[in-house]
Design a protein around this ligand. Structure first.
Ligand SMILES: NC(=O)c1ccc[n+]([C@@H]2O[C@H](COP(=O)([O-])OP(=O)(O)OC[C@H]3O[C@@H](n4cnc5c(N)ncnc54)[C@H](OP(=O)(O)O)[C@@H]3O)[C@@H](O)[C@H]2O)c1
Length: 326
């Protein structure tokens, strides 16, 4: 028997409790993993609170990512003792996930632990950090260079946002961080590498189809009016990597930025990202993210604290990354 956070549903309400479950309760998969760490992402917040209605089958063990050691494997790519990382693939949504001391998953979903990483570091980065790297790589692949101008990062205090700010600054871009919590997190965002921190309200008003050009690139974790305003303010030939909906899934924009300024919208998904691209992104984020990020922007919690932190993350009250130690 081992500990897991288990979600059940009672009268349409999602209830989260730490319970003892048995290995035989775990879903099918080729690889059984002794989970060392998981992390808290926005999607975990939606799952654990039930606000997002993203879980269809109960009981469910949430946790969209984990890192740990292989206990058993019927797949030749992995053997007992191998260190592995998992992010995405619907784990923690429709397959029991990482907020448990053990998980059984498909071998295809795993990534071998890079040699310069360990379970804690992997989960301090986690889904959010991997996604931030994919956003930065999307901008690079679109040809956006530091000399082209400012890069806006929205939802900058969050997991994806704070890693994106740090990575872009490390690569020499001039980063403008947009946050709804400038007073609380402005100093941290500057420390992570933002050259400027602006209040989210600057981008939340209804925008005109085209506004004064401000951004060579955007990493957007927020969506909705904030993204619409950012698009109206893109430089000619700019690109926006979009991955999130913390401010809502709507996008009240027009075709004008795209047809008159040649702006490119780059969709970023880490959930079903192919293996080679995923592995390259892990390598890149581990090489780029400085040790100071882990000291300045990460906190560690226990499994029992996840329900409380889940409430906080969907209210936009979590800063940086939250590691869950198992
Ligand atoms: N596409 C993918 O594969 C993928 C992968 C990972 C995450 N995501 C998405 O990316 C987003 C960020 O994830 P995360 O784990 O980084 O979450 P997070 O840590 O909660 O960060 C989200 C940030 O957005 C801002 N925010 C919160 N509520 C807001 C609101 N109502 N309006 C505007 N801004 C708001 C806050 O930053 P400030 O206080 O600084 O404004 C918050 O810290 C989520 O929507 C998540 O689902 C997508």
């Amino acid at each position: 028997m081992f500990n897991a956070l288990v979600l059940t549903q009672e009268e349409k309400l999602t209830i989260a409790n730490v319970r003892q479950i048995a290995e035989t309760d775990l879903p099918e998969g080729e690889v059984l993993v002794d989970v060392a760490c998981s992390s808290l992402n926005y999607k975990d917040g939606l799952a654990v609170t039930g606000v997002g209605k993203i879980i269809r089958n109960f009981p469910m063990v949430p946790g969209i990512d984990f890192a740990g050691t292989v206990l058993e494997s019927s797949d030749e790519r992995y053997k007992a003792g191998d260190k592995v990382i998992l992010t995405g693939w619907g784990v923690g949504e429709n397959h029991w996930g990482g907020l448990a001391e053990k998980a059984r998953v498909k071998a295809d979903w795993l990534v071998p632990m890079p040699s310069n990483c360990d379970a804690a570091k992997a989960m301090q980065i986690g889904t959010a950090g991997l996604t931030a790297m994919l956003c930065v790589q999307a901008l690079q692949n679109a040809g956006i260079k530091p000399a082209d101008g400012d890069i806006l990062v929205t939802g900058a205090s969050g997991g994806v946002g704070s890693v994106a700010v740090t990575l872009l600054a490390q690569l020499g871009y001039r980063v403008v961080a947009s946050s709804g919590r400038v007073e609380q997190n402005g100093a941290l965002l500057t420390k992570l590498g933002a050259s400027e921190v602006i209040d989210r309200s600057e981008l939340e008003a209804d925008s005109r189809p085209l506004e004064k050009q401000r951004w060579a690139g955007v990493v957007d974790t927020v969506g909705n009016k904030v993204l619409a305003t950012a698009l109206a303010q893109m430089n000619y030939g700019g690109a926006a990597a979009i991955c999130g909906l913390a401010g809502g899934f709507a996008l009240p924009t027009t075709v004008m930025p795209f047809i008159l300024r040649g702006v490119n919208l780059l969709g970023v998904d880490s959930v079903a990202c192919p293996f080679e691209k995923r592995q390259a992104a892990w390598e890149a984020v581990l090489n780029l993210l400085p040790a100071s990020y882990f000291d300045d922007a990460c906190e560690t919690i226990a499994l029992e604290q996840v329900p409380e932190y889940a409430q906080r993350i969907i209210k936009g009250q979590v800063t940086g990354r939250v590691l869950v130690q198992l």
